[in-house]
Design a protein around this ligand. Structure first.
Ligand code: CMP
Length: 139
């Protein structure tokens, strides 16, 4: 079954929106198969954000993403990678339509509530980055 790696970002945690976001994922029919809470450190952030490491906003992302503990989830379901991205809306919360998670709860491009894997291939890499295989639970 397809899986996606989700991070409830510091803005989501600071606004006490974790429950609201998780409800939206559950109401869309996805199952949580792994969960944990931790503060990201700069070495794992450099790995996770390697594709934007040369962007001018990288130091800002690094400091934002390590500013408070975040929640990591693995969601499972048919087509979960693309369907979660549809629920989120575009990266820039200011452009996200009402009814999407970012449109309703986000602020801007960085404070955009949730990270979600952008492909099935990257989901597998990202799940391995944040979870050991025995931390994924089956029924
Ligand atoms: N112009 C920008 N300024 C700040 N952050 C950005 C900008 N563009 C993209 N990002 C962030 O870069 C992140 C890349 O991975 P995410 O999907 O977690 O979320 C993305 C955005 O939050």
């Amino acid at each position: 079954m397809e899986k996606s790696l989700i991070i409830l970002k510091p803005d989501c945690m600071a606004a006490n929106n974790a429950g609201e976001v998780i409800s939206r994922f559950e109401n869309a029919g996805f199952t949580i198969v792994a969960a944990k809470m931790a503060r990201l450190d700069s070495s794992i952030l450099r790995e996770h954000y390697a594709h934007v490491a040369d962007k001018p906003f990288f130091p800002e992302i690094e400091s934002f993403m390590s500013s408070r503990p975040v929640i990591f989830l693995v969601l499972e379901g048919e087509g979960v990678v693309q369907k979660v991205r549809d629920l989120l809306g575009p990266t820039d919360s200011a452009e996200a339509p009402a009814g999407t998670i970012r449109g309703d709860l986000g602020t801007d491009k960085m404070k955009n509530v949730v990270h979600a894997s952008d492909s099935v291939e990257n989901a597998s890499i990202e799940i391995d980055r944040f979870f050991r295989s025995e931390e994924l639970c089956a029924d």
